[in-house]
Design a protein around this ligand. Structure first.
Ligand SMILES: [Zn+2]
Ligand SMILES: [Zn+2]
Length: 104
């Protein structure tokens, strides 16, 4: 099972998840980032920039973004897609977050 990082719905395949993501969480145009709360950002660009800066959650989400005309697929995209497949797969119920280091 693959879990959508934004709404937690589960899908049998990564392809199914990507389809869902494209429909339910469009990245073209401006909006508020559901990951870090930045307001009024160009989402596709924002995910890309944060992913390039090394942010795990943004990398995962960037790995799910559909292709877009006029955008070259950066090599980073491949890396992020692989990462998304690893992180979102399986029975985990949440994404790894920074707080998780503090389980007692
Ligand atoms: Zn979703
Ligand atoms: Zn963000």
């Amino acid at each position: 099972m693959y879990r959508c990082p934004l709404c937690n719905r589960e899908f049998k395949s990564f392809a199914g998840l990507k389809l869902h993501f494209a429909k339910a969480h469009p990245v073209d145009g401006r909006g508020d980032c559901p990951l870090c709360g930045r307001r009024g950002v160009e989402l596709r660009m924002h995910y890309y920039n944060r992913a390039r800066a090394g942010d795990l959650l943004h990398k995962v989400v960037y790995g799910l973004t559909p292709r877009s005309n006029g955008w070259r697929e950066a090599p980073l995209k491949k890396e992020c897609r692989r990462l998304a497949m690893e992180v979102l797969k399986g029975p985990r119920t949440s994404l790894p977050r920074e707080e998780e280091g503090q389980i007692d």
